[in-house]
Ligand binder design. Sequence first.
Ligand SMILES: NC(=O)c1ccc[n+]([C@@H]2O[C@H](COP(=O)([O-])OP(=O)(O)OC[C@H]3O[C@@H](n4cnc5c(N)ncnc54)[C@H](O)[C@@H]3O)[C@@H](O)[C@H]2O)c1
Length: 240
Amino acid sequence: MNIALLGYGKMGKEVERVALSRGHNVVLIIDTDGDWYEKRSQLSNLKIDVAIDFSTPKSAVRNISKCFELNLPVVVGTTGWLDELEYIKQTCIDGDHGLFYSSNFSLGVNLFFELNRILAKLMKAHTEYVPQIEEIHHTQKLDSPSGTAISLANDLVRNLNNKVAWVNQEDAKFDEIPIVSKRIDDVTGIHSITYTSSDDVIEIKHSAFSRTGFALGAVLAAEFIKGKVGIFGMKDMLGV
Ligand SMILES: NC(=O)c1ccc[n+]([C@@H]2O[C@H](COP(=O)([O-])OP(=O)(O)OC[C@H]3O[C@@H](n4cnc5c(N)ncnc54)[C@H](O)[C@@H]3O)[C@@H](O)[C@H]2O)c1
């Protein structure tokens, strides 16, 4: 498969390593605002099958739109642009394009998402336990809270009767889920959910050891979406 990498930072480089190890070619790298323009003459000759975007919250929407324009299925791992997700989904449907988005591509985190939903259903009847999400990432992360923490929080809002929204601070109203974000050097990604009562605490936690799990999930998503149109996520690929 011929892959275009949109974003060649920490994740882009790891995706390249995993893609090459699975026998794919990386035929185009876009890593700045100007690259689409500077590399425009090469685009028609490259026979790109899929693009994979791990860029920045500011550039993701423009990159996705460019892929739609070129009729390229696109896998998006960039977070921090959710305000425009509905617009992008509609554009994808209207134009018969292919989009695979996940706030987290690791198998472990997607199993953790399921565990979070199951635990929330169990805790629904036990309102004496107060839920809280904590996420810790490296200091270069641009968005806060993490896309993964937002996905976890949205699942809590859907599954706990007495919660209607999340806030990105510890101090929350009784019907809000607090998400506490911490930035510490070299932490790949830690997410935990706690339910605290006056007597005890229940905690579930996921810690990523490296970026390889995210990169592998993104390359598998690229293999999955090749030649397809529509909107896809990890549930479609993994069934979890
Ligand atoms: N979904 C997931 O599983 C997952 C996992 C890890 C990280 N992420 C997200 O992926 C994104 C990238 O993370 P990272 O750690 O690689 O960041 P990074 O800062 O290391 O890399 C971002 C790269 O984007 C490039 N860039 C800037 N403008 C661009 C443009 N217009 N087009 C293309 N590239 C451009 C930068 O030059 C940089 O190399 C972040 O939003 C992060 O939160 C998602």
